[in-house]
Write a protein that binds this ligand. Structure first.
Ligand code: GLA
Length: 372
């Protein structure tokens, strides 16, 4: 169904926002850490029309339900379901003091859902850019990202950090985005695997995850408790030595954070030096740490990484929140077919659903599209 079929009029415009893959720096964005995501080519597209009243209607081509209500009906926990990501942005912008009216919004296309590629952030960011334009807010992309994070944290109720929204709004083609979540500063780090005869593969395990389902929140709580136990504002300031005051789960969770932040620094130094080929061992170490210390991997993610390495990938790790979703593997271009086949065969042999393997291109952040 078209926008016209849903709403009886044409949209005022169309906006696209990409999903993201995180190269490294996992589960550190809520610990004031460093992360290094990039925007992928897959995009969520929203068609939007401003309304003269405060009514809000949200629909999607990919999903049932939606939302039909007024601005005043939007708030923590409402609307539930996927429409909360879009409607929540209107609420967050209003909470920040901006004059925003009603909208009709159709999600016309979407980043693959549940694959760990941040389809939810893409929907928030496309919506934010649309509303900023239609209501002439003139906000900077950092402010838009903050509103998107607020929508996800407060309306949807998923206490995620800000990495996905920053990547979707601030990334540029041919670069990874070094995001320092302590002060929000960013730097574009050249990242073009093809120039080095490499390919960054994304392996969707097809194990679907939901960030709002509790385990993500448990990890975040453990990280916050570790910092509080050490008397620190966050684990960004902690050294491995200081962690000796912790034990058990808190020690392991905290050790992941501290070592992962250091790995991000090392990967950035290699990229700055034009040595992408050498980042493999750091990707592997990140996966180990996420699997053993942070315990957010799963059998299929471990299998994907192991099979990819065995077939010649230089390094591989889970990406995103974990518990399913996608892994990444850095492969020489001439090994891509072998790696893809090896991963699919390993899944078939283990009785798992056939994974989807695709190449990821560091792509541009959110942008308007021409009206059809
Ligand atoms: C999800 C969250 C992000 C980040 C990652 C893990 O994608 O939305 O904020 O915490 O998990 O790095």
């Amino acid at each position: 169904m078209t926008f016209f079929d849903h709403f009886g009029r044409e949209p005022d415009g169309r906006w696209a926002a990409p999903g993201r893959v995180n190269l490294i720096g996992e589960h550190v964005d809520y610990a004031q850490g460093l992360c290094l995501p990039f925007a992928i080519a897959e995009r969520t597209v929203v068609e939007v029309a401003a309304r003269p009243d405060d009514r809000v209607r949200v629909r999607s081509r990919a999903e049932a339900d939606g939302f039909d209500g007024s601005l005043g009906d939007i708030g923590p926990g409402s609307p539930g379901g996927w429409a909360g990501y879009a409607a929540g942005v209107l609420w967050a912008l209003r909470e920040a003091g901006h004059r925003v009216g009603g909208v009709d919004l159709l999600v016309a296309d979407t980043v693959p859902l549940g694959a760990g590629l941040s389809s939810s952030a893409a929907l928030e960011c496309a919506t934010a850019l649309a509303v900023d334009t239609l209501y002439g807010l003139g906000l900077d992309r950092r402010d838009l990202a903050a509103a998107c994070v607020r929508a996800e944290n407060d309306v949807v109720g998923a206490r995620t950090g800000g990495m996905d929204q920053a990547a979707s709004l601030l990334a540029t083609a041919g670069h990874a985005l070094l995001l320092d979540t302590r002060d929000g500063s960013t730097r574009q780090v050249p990242f073009a695997p093809a120039d080095d005869g490499l390919c960054l593969l994304v392996i969707d395990t097809r194990v679907r995850h939901r960030l709002a389902d509790g385990r993500y929140g448990e990890r975040r709580a453990a990280v916050e408790k570790s910092a509080a136990t050490l008397g620190l504002a966050s684990l960004r300031e902690a050294t491995l030595r200081e962690l000796e005051a912790l034990d058990g789960d808190l020690l392991r969770r905290a050790r992941h954070i501290v070592t992962e932040i250091q790995r991000v620094r090392e990967v950035v130094a290699l990229l700055d030096d034009g040595r992408l080929r050498d980042v493999g061992p750091l990707l592997d170490a990140s996966h180990q740490s996420l699997a053993l210390d942070f315990e957010v991997s799963c059998l299929e993610l471990d299998l994907a990484c192991q099979a990819a390495r065995g077939a010649g990938a230089l390094g591989a790790r889970m990406t995103g929140g974990g518990f399913g979703g996608s892994a990444i593997a850095l492969a020489p271009t001439d090994r891509v077919d072998e790696v893809t086949t090896a991963v699919r065969e390993a899944f078939a042999a283990g009785g798992h659903e056939d994974p989807e393997v695709r190449a990821a291109e560091p792509s541009e952040g959110a942008h308007p599209l021409p009206v059809l």
